[in-house]
Write a protein that binds this ligand. Sequence first.
Ligand SMILES: C[S@@+](CC[C@H](N)C(=O)[O-])C[C@H]1O[C@@H](n2cnc3c(N)ncnc32)[C@H](O)[C@@H]1O
Length: 289
Amino acid sequence: MRIPKDDTVPQLPKANSWNGTTVKAKDPYALMRDSNANTRLTAQHYLWKELLGFLVHPDIDTRAADLRVADIATGNGIWLHDFARGKPPSVDLHGFDISLDQVGPKPWLPANIHMHIWNIFEDVPDEFIGYFDIVHVRLITVVVKNNDPRPILANLKKLLRPGGYLQWDEVDTIGCSIKSVPGTSASNLDALFSQLKGYDTWKYGLTQIMDENGFTGSMLYTYEYGLGNARFWSDVYVSTWKEFAENALKTPEASKKLEHNAMMETLNGASIMVPKLVWVTKKIDGTEQ
Ligand SMILES: C[S@@+](CC[C@H](N)C(=O)[O-])C[C@H]1O[C@@H](n2cnc3c(N)ncnc32)[C@H](O)[C@@H]1O
């Protein structure tokens, strides 16, 4: 096997390069962006879609031929790609993320998908203020600061036109549980997941926070999978934890041991169960009663 010499090692693309437009670029993300991380996002997306039974909640009308949709914290853009399928090319789709390292090359994107580097805490770019009919955001629990979703919510609202819809999808990190077949220990799996899950009480106030901050008719829907699908999901969460352990915990020996023991418990019949939360809300347009 030939190993390339040092001077032939490819360099990372620079900000504002071919991958998309750059609005702001600094990346303090707690998870990873390598192939395994990307594969996890892809697998998770399809499990997620199967569980919910939709990409966009049926309360939201998606039929307009000139629909404008944003996917915030888009990751590898899998949600946006999936949504684009079967839609006319006139539908205008935009993905935003603090990094586009997980997205395929710009020349290979469908012509109506545009990717932008943008930090959700920074000012909304002028050209996108009030621009979108639908804003979708999924899995930004690790991004929310100080248990307060308001700064993020304010920016998501700015992206929407009056009367536009926000759909926000999250994991229920409080309603989660560890299940095991009788006689199987799950204490290591429990300890492993405890390192990851946090205690995000903001999720229990979000419906009200939405209604008090320029949205109306906010609804929270909860989705739970059965034990038959538990292992598929549990592997996703162990993979997420591995990224977190490597990137944030940095205790390789202890993490390796915990992972080994947790996998033994998994093989014996134990799983992490995490319900999914979906908020659907509409930006006030002044015509509400
Ligand atoms: C768990 S991934 C979810 C990706 C995608 N939404 C999905 O469901 O497949 C979280 C994403 O949030 C992005 N992110 C982290 N901090 C951010 C920030 N401050 N502004 C915008 N995106 C951010 C990460 O880069 C990552 O792509």
